[in-house]
Design a protein around this ligand. Structure first.
Ligand code: ADP
Ligand code: ADP
Length: 228
């Protein structure tokens, strides 16, 4: 579980981006952060990823203050999926998806099987695509690879910052379904940023609505719908 305890973020230029944020992100849940541009979603994600430090308050992962955690270890435990996928151009798709398992020196056969399974699951036939390079895939296909790379890594926490926004509507719906299905199996802590309320309602266990650096509402999708 991830806890933000009275977190404030004031940037170097004096801008107060987050005001007394108290949040809990539960294991096994998809929590969706939603709100207008500039409301503090990325700032929140960067605090959890230790790319940024709170000006006051604490970020705790399983009870440990991340300020006291080793950054290398933290990177290994937290997956990050962003819109601009960030595949390594000199590595084929199979190697890209297996990057974290290989870094962790997990069993190669198990990793290979998992990579093939994940590729097939998002409609990229492993026999065709495993040995291709990122430049040989469409933008939408690369996006799928970015998502399954995060899922292949045995990380407990996955931060997803508008991961599906570049996809066509059909691929987008398919990946939303895949994510929900996979999460039922994988039981991770997923934090998902989106601008799209329909997407939020579809995939979220909990929705956190932000505005001007504050949490204005949080709860199950049904309760957010009832009190818009
Ligand atoms: P911090 O104050 O937390 O150390 P930095 O000053 O290091 O943050 O800024 C982090 C990054 O965000 C920098 O690369 C900077 O260019 C960028 N940045 C600065 N101002 C803004 C802004 N108003 N909106 C978005 N990004 C910004
Ligand atoms: P969102 O992800 O919801 O669009 P952000 O967390 O990126 O919002 O930004 C929240 C606010 O903080 C914005 O007003 C943005 O301009 C400001 N901001 C972001 N990064 C920096 C920075 N490094 N320095 C100063 N201000 C920043």
């Amino acid at each position: 579980m991830i806890v933000l305890d009275k977190v404030n973020k004031v940037y170097d230029d004096g801008f107060h981006a987050l005001h007394d944020i108290n949040l809990e992100f539960k294991k096994g849940e998809i929590t969706v952060l939603i709100g207008p541009s500039g409301c503090g979603k990325s700032t929140t994600m960067k605090l959890i990823n230790a790319l940024n430090t709170p000006s006051s308050g604490k970020v705790l992962i399983n009870g440990k203050n991340i300020a006291d955690m080793n950054p290398v270890e933290l990177r290994r435990d937290i997956g990050y999926v962003i819109q601009s996928v960030g595949l390594f151009p000199h590595m084929n798709i199979g190697k890209n998806v297996a990057i974290v398992p290989n870094l962790k020196k997990l069993d190669k056969d198990v990793t290979d099987r998992k990579v093939d399974e994940l590729l097939d699951m998002v409609g990229l036939d492993h026999k065709v695509y495993r040995t291709r390079f990122p430049s040989e895939l469409s933008g939408g296909q690369q996006q799928r690879v970015g998502v399954i790379r995060a899922l292949a890594a045995d990380q407990d926490i996955i931060l997803m910052d508008e991961p599906f926004s570049a996809l066509d509507p059909i691929s987008r719906e398919q990946l939303q379904d895949e994510l929900i299905r996979l999460q039922l199996e994988l039981n991770k802590t997923i934090i998902f940023v989106t601008h799209d309320m329909d997407e939020a309602i579809k995939i979220a266990d909990t929705i956190v609505l932000m505005k001007d650096g504050k949490v204005v509402q949080q709860g199950k999708p049904e309760s957010i719908l009832r009190h818009p």
